[in-house]
Design a protein around this ligand. Structure first.
Ligand SMILES: N[C@@H](CCC(=O)N[C@@H](CS)C(=O)NCC(=O)O)C(=O)O
Length: 197
């Protein structure tokens, strides 16, 4: 049994953390047995969610975990993909994780209207996930610092409202018009999964 540690669920989604959502979707789609528990970032091997515990060890990073599980249990979801489909899936994943993700973080923590909506969710993470009695304003300051260091935080909300369509791939590229983004059977990179971002 794999124990997955993640942030509390909210807004009727499987999880507001795209990385938690991704790992749980992978486990659900492969049928590997797992249970979900609330994370404690102080115990997370990389200081981030999700992390897992199995076979007496803790492991962090959704992709490292998935790669490890693929080595151990085989690759039932992606085994029929062509090298081109693997490359497209990889590229889309990297775009979502390294580009679109930061736009989401910005809209939740930096944009004033976004923060107003997200603040109650952020409050559910204190003290359980973050640990200790940290004011949510301090948590926000930390996230704003991360956004600034990463670079996304250096631009105005006005610029970001127009940003995704300019810096991400077109929402309906030809390869996304097939029933799935890579291949014909369901896998974590299907359009449904992408839409949830
Ligand atoms: N590369 C990591 C990224 C995980 C990640 O960035 N998780 C965010 C939540 S969506 C987090 O834990 N942030 C807390 C922090 O950075 O302090 C993965 O794939 O698991």
């Amino acid at each position: 049994m794999i124990t997955v540690y993640q942030t509390p669920v909210a807004w009727g989604t499987p999880n507001l953390s795209p990385f938690c959502f991704k790992l749980e979707a992978y486990l659900r789609m492969t049928g590997l047995p797992y249970e979900v528990k609330l994370a404690d970032l102080r115990k997370a091997p990389k200081g981030k969610v999700p992390y897992v515990e199995f076979e007496g060890q803790r492991m962090g990073d959704s992709q490292f975990i998935i790669e490890y599980l693929k080595k151990k249990h085989g690759d039932p979801l992606d085994k029929e993909l062509t090298p081109m489909q693997v490359a497209v899936g990889h590229t889309v994943r990297r775009m979502l994780e390294e580009c679109t993700y930061w736009y989401i973080v910005y809209m939740r923590w930096a944009d004033e209207a976004g923060w107003l909506a997200y603040r109650p969710v952020a409050e559910t993470m204190v003290p359980w996930v973050v640990g200790g009695d940290i004011p949510v304003a301090t948590l926000r300051q930390g996230m704003l610092r991360i956004l600034h260091d990463q670079g996304t935080g250096r631009h105005s909300s006005r610029r970001y409202r127009r940003w995704p369509s300019r810096t991400s791939a077109p929402s309906r590229p030809s390869w996304a018009r097939t029933s799935t983004c890579s291949g014909t059977s369901p896998r974590p990179s299907t359009r449904g999964s992408i839409r949830s971002w």
